[in-house]
Design a protein around this ligand. Structure first.
Ligand SMILES: [Zn+2]
Length: 147
């Protein structure tokens, strides 16, 4: 095996998947080749870091602090019942809608936008138009009346 072939089998050697002649060849090679030996030691170091069990245990003050917070949560007053949390906003919303419709119905009649638009102008305009233009009777009368 050349060095490239040996390197390609290095991972299988590390995993213990090689047997017989290949395994013997890789073991002999890693004894003399520092590159492959370093590669193997890097993999072992990485494995040890990743698979290392947690060494830190929870400290006594930490456990007491967590338990104190849990007890405080248990002692806190309960939240409002679901119906109250749901009904208060609903009641407020419907009351606002009722007030808006009441204001719309009870608005002063003289102050509506429509009345402001049409009240004076319509009578003045129609009176002006009638004064400027003869009505049907006047037209017919003038047509039949000899001049
Ligand atoms: Zn090598």
């Amino acid at each position: 095996m050349n060095h490239t072939e040996l390197q390609e089998k290095l991972w299988a050697f590390y995993d213990g998947e090689l047997s017989g002649e290949d395994r013997t060849a890789l073991a002999a090679h890693t004894d003399i080749c520092s590159d492959c030996r370093d590669q193997l030691s890097d993999w072992k170091r990485t494995r040890d870091q990743i698979l290392r069990p947690l060494r830190t245990a929870a400290s006594e003050p930490f456990v007491h602090s967590v338990m104190r917070r849990i007890r405080a949560l248990d002692a806190a007053p309960a939240r409002l019942p679901f119906f109250v949390r749901w009904a208060l906003p609903a009641l407020a919303f419907s009351a606002a809608g009722f007030a808006a419709s009441l204001l719309y119905v009870l608005q002063p009649s003289g102050a509506s936008p429509e009345s402001l638009l049409w009240a004076d102008h319509s009578t003045n305009l129609s009176a002006q138009w009638l004064a400027d233009h003869p009505d049907e009777d006047q037209i017919l009368t003038s047509a039949v009346t000899p001049q």
